[in-house]
Design a protein around this ligand. Structure first.
Ligand code: TEU
Ligand code: CA
Length: 546
């Protein structure tokens, strides 16, 4: 199965009950829009019952929908309505940790003799010391004290204790939860942070002269046993639903691990999301404030490694955005006139490659990271403090935050420029921006040259055999130019995208025939294709007819 995934951040997609929070009924109301866009699978960020310390990644009850999103009946209705339209639904599966409000953890806190104690990870340490110097991804130590020199382990927020996957009961519970949702009709899962479910021996410290806790993924990411537990988990689910779709979040995975996690000979992921595609160019600014400019050479190298390095049958994930990254447009210094052209060229450069597109809500409009109404809304206290300490003024910080912060990429979907809050809700949205988004669905829907129209055309092209099953050959090109060929039997496509403000030239042996997609301007002069700033085009040759 080769889906085209659309990622919905449920809080920000569509509110249906006037509380400013997106919900399941709201998503259901927008299914026709999604069908029309041409995507085939919806991934919902977590909607389980949760105190929302980390926007739902802190699950208090895996069997319930959080009341802010609706009810189980709403969920069933959504699945049915999606399936009626041929759209599949996958859920975010949070398997590395629970909320501290989960009943298992509340029981576990009662003491070492409680049967749930071993569902989590514990260590003791002499007074005034920590069990080791490993750092949490959310800042500070991974260890949180609970009295009597006892500590529990948390890789993310301290209110998100990590589960003990060595405990067979934990593994069984996780299978049971996934089976429950499969019974309700879901088509698969996005496995959250699965690479972290196994940790090294806690007795090991990171060797460093630096003081304080240190991030050290070698102790808590991609350890060999992860694959074993993953296979056990997925093989059990496949017994129930053989065509289940699994997309694993493998942020730090290199392509060789990508190969292992998607090995079609085993019951593992269908595809994984690596964060390695995107690298920032160095900047003199404090990291918390710098624009995350894209290193395109690095991106092209990584993409070609993933194209070549995955086993036969496994496909890379193709994406520009997700809820943990600044929106892609905010990584470019681009004039407002050129933005739409760039958005389309980015889509050409990524989604026509061999692999599984994963489109983040709003990107089809060219939505950017937006400035939030209050600094607190960024939820990044640590970096804010660092920036203030480094002498930046509050104003400087506020102006720069949207360039970097994930919360600025989670703003409400702009549906309608004629309605209050752009049609997202008639109440104040849970996350407020300083200004309305400069793009909306209604403004783009009937414009043939809008970003939205280009996405529709490109997704239709993507569904043709050449772009689904065709081989991919990445061609050498100038730094800001992406050029590749797709081949299937006698059909060939040449895809070119200029991601810069400068004109670019490609020299090749390809004789362009049919232009299947054009954005901006190009000229073919003998063996050269000249592309204007931010322009892109797709040529298709059918050699039988040539
Ligand atoms: O993100 C996890 C994630 O990106 C890390 O696992 C990553 O491996 C780490 O930062 C090192 O590179 C997921 C969700 O996408 C995120 O929104 C959640 O906050 C997080 O898990 C916790 O559930
Ligand atoms: Ca609502």
């Amino acid at each position: 199965m080769q889906p085209i995934i659309y990622q919905i951040y449920p809080k920000s997609f569509q509110d249906s009950n006037h509380d400013g929070i997106g919900d399941l009924k709201g998503i259901e109301q927008r299914l026709d829009y999604l069908k029309d866009l041409g995507v085939t699978m919806l991934w919902l960020n977590p909607i389980y019952k949760s105190p929302q310390v980390d926007n739902g990644y802190d699950v208090a009850d895996y069997y319930q929908i959080d009341p802010s999103f609706g009810t189980l009946a709403d969920f069933k209705a959504l699945v049915a309505a999606a399936h009626e339209r041929g759209l599949k639904i996958i859920m975010d599966f949070v398997m590395n940790h629970t909320s501290d409000e989960h009943p298992w953890f509340k029981e576990a806190l009662k003491g070492a003799d409680n049967p749930y104690h071993d569902y989590y990870l514990w260590q003791t340490a002499p007074s005034g010391q920590l069990p080791n110097n490993w750092a949490s991804f959310f800042g500070g130590s991974v260890w949180e004290p609970v009295g009597h020199n006892e500590y529990y382990f948390h890789l993310f927020d301290k209110r998100m204790p990590d589960l003990n996957w060595h405990n067979r009961k934990v593994r069984q519970e996780m299978v049971k939860i996934a089976q429950y949702w499969l019974n309700l009709g879901v088509d698969g899962f996005r496995l959250d942070a699965f690479i972290h479910i196994v940790k090294a021996d806690f007795k090991q410290n990171v060797i460093t002269a630096k003081k304080g806790p240190q991030i050290a993924e070698e102790y808590y990411a991609n350890l060999p046993l992860v694959q074993e537990y993953l296979e056990e988990f997925i093989s059990k689910l496949k017994q129930q639903k053989p065509d289940l779709f699994i997309i694993g979040e493998a942020a730090s995975a290199e392509v060789s691990l990508g190969f292992d996690y998607t090995n079609p000979k085993r019951d593992l992921c269908d595809t994984v999301v690596t964060f390695r595609y995107f690298k920032e160019k160095p900047s003199p600014e404090l990291p918390a404030l710098a624009r995350q400019t894209l290193d395109l050479v690095h991106l092209k190298t990584e993409l070609s490694k993933w194209q070549q390095g995955l086993g036969l049958g496994a496909l890379p994930t193709l994406y520009w955005n997700n809820h943990d990254l600044p929106r892609i447009l905010s990584r470019f210094e681009v004039s407002s006139e050129a933005k739409e052209k760039l958005v389309k060229s980015l889509a050409v450069a990524m989604y026509l490659q061999r692999g599984i597109p994963c489109i983040y809500y709003g990107e089809e409009l060219g939505l950017e990271s937006l400035e939030l109404k209050t600094v607190e809304a960024y939820q990044e206290k640590l970096e804010l403090k660092q920036a203030l300490a480094a002498g930046y003024s509050q104003n400087q910080i506020e102006a720069k935050l949207p360039l970097k912060h994930k919360m600025a990429a989670r703003t409400p979907m702009p549906w309608d420029d004629t309605k209050v809050h752009q049609g997202f809700s008639d109440a104040t949205p849970w996350l407020e921006t300083k200004e309305d988004a400069p793009v909306t669905v209604t403004a783009q829907l009937h414009r043939v040259d809008s970003c939205l129209s280009a996405y529709k055309q490109l997704l239709a092209l993507k569904k043709t055999p050449l772009f689904t099953a065709g081989q991919e050959i990445i061609l050498p090109s100038a730094e800001d130019l992406v050029v590749f060929e797709r081949q299937l039997n006698n059909k060939r496509a040449l895809v070119l995208a200029n991601l810069s403000a400068k004109p670019q030239v490609f020299k090749g042996e390809f004789t362009p025939q049919t232009c299947a997609f054009k954005n901006g301007d190009y000229q073919v002069v003998e063996q050269e294709i000249r592309l204007a700033a931010y322009s892109s085009c797709v040529f298709i040759n059918d050699e039988e007819e040539a």
